[in-house]
Write a protein that binds this ligand. Structure first.
Ligand SMILES: NC(=O)c1ccc[n+]([C@@H]2O[C@H](COP(=O)([O-])OP(=O)(O)OC[C@H]3O[C@@H](n4cnc5c(N)ncnc54)[C@H](OP(=O)(O)O)[C@@H]3O)[C@@H](O)[C@H]2O)c1
Length: 262
């Protein structure tokens, strides 16, 4: 009997690395992707856990990158798509480079939903499949000094629920994993290490990934990892956006790591 097959994007580090490791432990073969060569070392870890692993190194912010990934699946039926690749971008919007801004949008939104459409169509025609999207509790709050990123995660959170409703009774489930701040390369890559959130104690990516994987296997609609994040997102739902934007300023303003809390 062939093993189930999962595609995991952004599997070279952080939450995606742990999601792919859990998939390998739970008996999935893998197609893993990231943009940098570190994905090859990560693939060795997944192989040591028993998975047959195909690796693709490509930029999922591009149409060509998504097509290359999809070609590498070689028409093998996909049992689970874990669309996790994404990155942030700190600093004030007007000071950011527009190419960097576009890369955040093209990775977190365009590349993500392009892949979800390609894979989702095959799942719908087979009448089975699981899709896990890594959204964020950042999608519940305006992201002062990380404005575009939070906007992309609001998109992912919203999109996930809509797609889930469209696929009701199709045999395909859609789950949104919404982590809070997690100890990964995210804040360094977003140039946010001098911020309060960048220096704060964060969740363990292995724990976050386990919560997401289990929710996907149950077919849940969404899961916020960790009780503090559950509380934060519940409060965000009843707090005016202007207040949330000011709270986010205190967490994400460049240099806020060295300021005493107001
Ligand atoms: N860390 C947090 O606090 C947090 C909280 C909520 C949600 N999230 C979300 O969790 C997901 C994973 O992030 P993480 O925290 O685990 O950060 P991470 O350690 O930086 O991992 C990000 C992964 O995505 C890949 N990636 C990013 N852009 C890509 C692109 N254009 N093409 C291909 N691969 C790309 C990276 O590979 P390369 O290095 O090769 O580009 C890496 O494998 C993201 O969607 C992020 O928004 C993170």
């Amino acid at each position: 009997m062939s093993k189930p097959f999962a595609i995991v994007t952004g599997a070279s580090s952080g939450i995606g690395l742990e999601l792919a490791a859990i998939c390998a432990q739970e008996g999935f073969d893998l197609l893993v992707v990231a943009d940098r060569p570190e994905i090859r070392a990560a693939a060795e870890r997944f192989r040591s856990l028993g998975a047959d692993v195909t690796v693709v190194e490509t930029d999922l912010a591009t149409t060509d990158g998504v097509d290359r990934l999809w070609s590498a699946a070689a028409r093998r039926p996909v049992d689970a798509l874990l669309a996790n690749a994404g990155h942030g971008l700190g600093h004030a919007f007007l000071d950011q480079d527009f190419d960097d801004i576009r890369h955040v949008i093209d990775t977190n939104i365009t590349g993500t939903i392009h892949l979800v459409q390609l894979v989702g169509r095959t799942m719908r025609s087979r009448g089975t499949g699981r899709i896990l999207l890594t959204g964020s509790i950042a999608g519940f709050m305006p992201g002062t000094y990380q404005a575009v990123y939070n906007g992309t995660k609001a998109f992912v959170d919203s999109f996930s629920f809509a797609l889930r409703a469209e696929l009701k009774d199709s045999g395909v489930t859609v789950t949104c994993l919404m982590p809070g701040a997690t100890e990964t390369d995210f804040f360094e890559r977003a140039d946010m290490l001098d911020t309060q959130v960048g220096q704060s104690k964060k969740d363990d990516p292995a724990d976050v990934a386990r919560v997401g994987f289990d929710a996907m296997m149950r077919g849940d609609g969404d899961v916020v990892s960790g009780w503090k994040n559950k509380l934060q997102s519940a409060i965000a739902n009843v707090t005016p956006a202007g207040v949330l934007a000011e709270q986010h300023r205190r967490m994400a303003e460049p240099g806020s790591a060295s300021k005493t809390e107001a």
